[in-house]
Write a protein of this length. Structure first.
Length: 215
């Protein structure tokens, strides 16, 4: 059995507590946020590299970073001296990690919905839109996910979209707000979207577009 939970210890503060078989291991809870920041800096996939604490980890892996003196805590995140376990036992499966939003991935998903290749692919659009998705179009019309999927599937080829003024922010655990401007021949429009992340899936919950009035 392998399970991790978050708990507060009066002596050691906020911790990740992992039960691995009969062994109970504890790690500094900040490990999740620190790891999230480090992974974003890497710019790509990073191997977990699980290794027992008595064995050296493979360089460049999550396990190696979790023990390295160059990380934010100067080494081990484990709090149980002499038996601190594998770092990825806590960082890999911990559900506490799911609350953080990767804003770069959110922007990439938003931009993909502006491309013809994705817009005309019903299965891909359904993957990116939440079942309860709602859009308020530039005309003021309210659209459901099924209506959007059906409409986009018959859309003609479109030129690359000219966008700007991107702003992305986390509204709360697993929720992000995206705003940007689309510049078109018929005028500019300002857009906003709300994205949610759950069960490892990133999906848009809401979108609205509004024409920018001429000055």
């Amino acid at each position: 059995m392998h399970a991790c939970t978050r708990a507060t210890d009066n002596r050691d503060g906020d911790q990740l507590v992992c039960q691995v078989g009969s062994n109970r291991l504890a790690y500094q809870a900040r490990a999740i946020d620190d790891l999230h920041d480090w992974l974003r800096e890497q710019g790509g996939w990073v191997a977990l590299g699980a290794a027992d604490e008595t064995k050296p980890p493979t360089e460049g892996t999550v396990e190696a970073w979790g023990r390295n003196e160059s990380n934010p805590v100067g080494g081990w995140y484990g709090t149980r001296k002499g038996y601190r376990g594998r770092f990825v036992d806590a960082a890999g499966p911990c559900p506490c990690n799911s609350g953080r939003m990767d804003l770069e991935s959110v922007r990439a998903a938003e931009e993909s919905l502006l491309s013809s290749a994705v817009r005309r692919d019903p299965s891909r659009v359904r993957e990116l839109l939440h079942p309860d998705f709602v859009e308020i179009g530039r005309s003021g019309r309210r659209w459901s996910r099924d209506e959007i999927v059906a409409t986009l599937s018959g859309e003609g080829e479109r030129a690359a979209t000219n966008t700007g003024e991107w702003h992305l922010s986390e509204l709360g655990p697993g929720i992000a707000l995206v705003t940007y401007v689309i510049r078109g021949v018929d005028g500019d429009s300002r857009h906003s979207s709300i994205w949610s992340s759950s069960d490892g899936r990133l999906r848009m919950r809401f979108h609205q577009g509004t024409f920018v009035a001429s000055q």
